[in-house]
Design a protein. Structure first.
Length: 579
């Protein structure tokens, strides 16, 4: 019988296996540590990003690819429109897991802008996604995120902010989707006119500097609002132009809207009446007629008189002057001071249709106003220039233009006779458009004298501002209505320039359908309502615009004063030195 003897396992093989197991354990431990480190780095990086960009902790986000619009500034660098990042809260109805009725109630409690029924409607709709709030604060996002509903999502999206609220709303315009196209585009104003420039990726970050001065804009809007309320007007417009460059320093249209929040805004509020509405602007056309008569040589002497002793009958049409006006022969200064329709019609009759219509065309009245905005209305131009049409258009009846048309015409009359297109962009020194000559320097100088007389002795007296040597003309016309005229509604306008010895700015104010007040004795004409607006705007902004008031200076009227012997108060202003 044989005996079995067990052989011992070599010690060397056992040691090799032990080392191999230890090495594998080390590798696994290293991989685990790397994974843990990567996880920590990911979490820390996420926290750092959220901390850096101010986002609420743990918010789920939507994938977006926004177009960032450039800023819009006033001429002094004041921001008028900016793009900021804002939080939005949305919902994917198909991904909602919780009880929708309960969730709607909790959302209404946190975001009371809408009731629970509104939120329930969005939580149950068939769409893949819809917004709940487009202007949420980080704190609100955190509160909604705490509800723990995976169907609610959050995103940081660029938002257009108009920090001055309603100021210059019609200049700036607004943005939004167009029709069924969800793409956000400029819908009006500068936002629309400069859409390509504002969204050009090669110019991202470049701001547009406007010609508008926020300080002057604010004063104009303030005075217009005051007058609109005082006289219960339907609408009001205001404009300040630089006569040397064509720059729009202020442009206001009331009623106004807030481009930050368009919900509920009426179509009347969205309409820019400065460029989109046309009006018969009445007697403000008379100086243009006078300029035409002087320029064409129809009138060579300011002393020449025209019969205004009685109404003027032309065919079946009768032209009247206002009650109380002097029934006598009037010279040229007196015709404007008393704003005589009869005398102006006689002058226009001598000018003739060819010369008068040519002047209106040269002033830009035959086409849409020249400005960058897309919202521009064409004039209502007479179809037939008969003798009566020539006479009535001479005092602003039978032809309708925008307030911007009129302001630019006055700039042309006082700036030396050069018509220039108007612009909403800031013009660098020496870079103004060349324009075209419409009037001679001599005609322009004469018109400055005549317009100054209207503010010293005529219907523009309430539009004068001490020390600023204002010259201008009022106009009150019946409002057009249903193909005719509403005899109970007026359009009251005053357009002026200052200082008349060296004109810098044109200022216009217009009220649509103002009512008379106790203070005005029931009068609702421009002399009582629109003219004071212009006077106050000039007094408030003249120094801001670099024109210092000086009561020692006055326009040289020496050659015209002898013709005013029958005009009440036709004496040199106290302390005024004619230059």
């Amino acid at each position: 019988m044989s005996t079995l003897v067990a052989r011992p396992v070599p010690a060397r093989r056992s040691n090799d296996q032990r080392h191999a197991l230890v090495a594998v354990a080390h590798v696994r431990l290293m991989m685990l540590m790397l994974l843990i480190a990567a996880g920590f780095l990911l979490v820390i990086g996420r926290i750092a990003l959220l901390g850096l960009f101010g986002g609420p902790a743990g918010a789920a986000t939507l994938a977006i690819n926004p177009v960032v619009r450039g800023d819009i500034l006033d001429r002094n660098g004041q921001p008028l429109a900016r793009t900021i990042e804002a939080w939005t809260i949305g919902v994917r109805p198909g991904d909602v897991l919780g009880d929708r009725q309960e969730l709607a109630g909790r959302l209404a409690g946190l975001m009371p802008e809408h009731d629970s029924a509104w939120y329930l409607d969005r939580l149950t709709m068939k769409a893949k996604f819809t917004y709940l709030d487009k202007h949420a604060s980080p704190a609100m996002v955190n509160q909604i995120h705490a509800l723990g509903e995976p169907g609610i999502v959050f995103a940081r999206e660029p938002e257009r902010l108009y920090p001055q609220s309603t100021m210059a709303a019609h200049v700036l315009g607004y943005i939004g989707p167009t029709g069924t196209d969800p793409k956000i585009l400029g819908r009006a104003g500068v936002e629309r006119a400069f859409e390509q420039r504002l969204t050009d990726p090669t110019r991202r970050g470049d701001a547009i500097a406007l010609s508008v001065d926020a300080r002057v804009q604010g004063a104009m809007e303030s005075e217009l609002s005051r007058a609109m309320v005082m006289f219960q007007a339907r609408a009001a417009t205001g404009l300040v132009l630089d006569v040397r460059t064509g720059e729009v320093i202020a442009m206001a249209s009331l009623p106004v809207y807030n481009p930050n929040k368009l919900t509920g805004t009426s179509s009347d509020a969205l309409r820019n009446n400065v460029t989109q509405s046309v009006y018969e602007l009445g007697s403000t056309f008379k100086p243009i007629t006078m300029a035409t008569a002087i320029q064409t040589g129809t009138i060579t002497s300011m002393a020449r008189r025209f019969d205004a002793t009685a109404p003027l009958k032309v065919g079946s049409y009768t032209i009247h002057d206002e009650r109380g006006d002097p029934k006598r022969w009037l010279n040229i200064p007196e015709t404007l001071i008393y704003s005589s329709n009869v005398a102006t019609a006689r002058i226009a009759d001598e000018i003739g249709k060819d010369k008068l219509s040519a002047m209106f065309t040269a002033m830009g009245f035959g086409e849409r106003p020249s400005i960058e905005l897309r919202e521009r209305a064409g004039p209502i131009w007479p179809r037939y220039w008969g003798r009566t049409t020539v006479m009535t258009t001479a005092y602003g009846h039978g032809i309708a233009v925008t307030p911007l048309h009129l302001a630019n015409a006055y700039a042309t009359m006082v700036n030396g006779g050069i018509w220039r297109p108007t612009t909403l962009l800031k013009v660098a020194p020496g870079q103004a458009a060349a324009g075209r000559r419409v009037l001679s320097e001599q005609t322009s100088a004469r018109m400055r004298q005549l317009l100054r007389l209207v503010c010293l002795y005529g219907t523009g007296r309430k539009g004068d501002a001490p020390g600023y040597r204002v010259g201008g003309k009022t106009g009150t016309a019946e409002a057009a209505s249903n193909g005719g005229y509403d005899h109970h509604r007026n359009v009251a306008t005053f357009v002026a320039a200052f200082p008349m010895d060296a004109p810098r700015y044109v200022v216009l104010a217009m009220l649509d359908s103002p009512q008379g007040t106790k203070e005005t004795g029931g009068w609702k004409t421009a002399a009582w309502n629109a003219a004071p607006v212009v006077g106050r705007v000039i007094a408030r902004t003249g120094a801001i615009l670099g024109v210092m008031p000086d009561t020692r200076r006055e326009v040289n009227l020496a050659d015209l004063r002898p013709m005013l012997s029958l005009v009440a108060g036709a004496t040199p202003p106290t302390g005024g030195e004619e230059q």
